[in-house]
Design a protein around this ligand. Sequence first.
Ligand code: NAI
Length: 471
Amino acid sequence: MDYKVADLTLAPFGRTEISLAEHEMPGLMAMRERYAASQPLAGARIAGSLHMTVQTAVLIETLVALGAQVRWASCNIFSTQDHAAAAIVVGPTGTPEAPAGVPVFAWKGETLEEYWWCTEQILSWPDGHPNMILDDGGDATLFVHSGVEFTKAGAVPEATASDSAEYRVILATLRASGLDFVGLADSIQGVTEETTTGVHRLYEMARAQTLLFPAINVNDAVTKSKFDNRYGCRHSLIDGINRATDVLIGGKVAVVCGYGDVGKGCAESLAGQGARVVVTEIDPICALQAAMDGYQVATLDDVVATADIVITATGCKDVVTAAHMAAMKHNAIVGNIGHFDNEIDMAGLEATPGIERRPVKPQVDQWVFADGHAILVLSEGRLLNLGNATGHPSFVMSNSFTNQVLGQIELFTRPEAYPTGVHVLPKHLDEEVARLHLPALGARLTTLTDAQAAYLGVPVAGPYKAEQYRY
Ligand code: NAI
């Protein structure tokens, strides 16, 4: 078995944490029970690109329990939990000397070159092509699509002056790759995509008619975005800030840029610690929601000089500029919880005349300006809840990942129902995911009577809401 992780001797610790996580992931364990006999993913060859955490380990072993073969990489250079990666390579029955698990290519603190090499590895199977992708942020999907585009064009183009450092690395990786991208894309039956930003990319490709295979938008399952994005970030944002800085949050001015699902969870957690929360928004509806929830709504320019903590949660780019950072208070904390690192202009910060970077510890840097004042930047502007802490806890990820498993089963077993395009899971499956998680919380659901169901015009067993209902 080929693999590349930090240290296989971490596997026993990883295995212990995986067994604790299994107890907190009733949705995934129910999938194992329900589908153990029928093996709906037998024959599926899944290339997975999603943060290699303990929770993802439970997802991977669920896919395997349903019959799939899997290769895995992380979708961020800082998000891998090395003990989880080791445990997955070793597997439940293997040893560090004789690993018998799943090929993983992921470690905490990859360079960009290593990151894209790992992405290539999950697509390079020793015996033919993968036939499914499980993606988070769309990098594996982007790699395949770019490979096909450049193969058809005859060559990988030279980078231009305006290309980002990361895009240069992608081009170099594609140029050096021996993959048969056209054959690879033809073999892919579909992709299930985890996050808002990746889904955004998929819809753009579908609109441009460049999407090469069907996609399921897992993010917009209600039991994903209204739970993971919101309650997950409510938990893991302050976890990241605390582990990185241990600064008291109460009483501080905390700015949250973006009041979508992630921003709502972030604002709530900061307010819960007693911070005075300010929200920035471009969308008047979300801005009004923030105001109604009791937060000051302002522009970043209005409040940058008084902010103690600035968090980006927009999925947009250039939200915090180098000029903003230069105008901040001494030791103001700057972090991003959106998927990509372009929300904070790190390149602009680095290029500021006289600036000096002083590493405090891994994933925490003090940047000192020429006038002597400094700011603290978390995870180099990459998502801080996975870079500085351990991401979302198991219970909320069980919701997200049960949707992933159902999405993989749908695309793999019912290809005729999902033509090339972007699809969401049917609502009855969304409700089923929620249903699977209620008993663990001691929640008891009320059952409609036949008369009530007829009155509402819904089946007793659901689905209960129309597609346009917003929760
Ligand atoms: P969303 O679309 O619900 O919310 C983003 C909000 O930002 C929108 O309301 C939008 O109007 C606002 N916005 C856009 N540009 C802005 C700007 N320049 N200034 C101020 N506000 C702006 O998206 P969601 O689901 O909240 O996700 C946000 C990001 O977080 C995405 O990149 C997503 O992939 C990522 N994400 C990260 C997670 C993590 O664990 N770190 C978990 C889930 C999502």
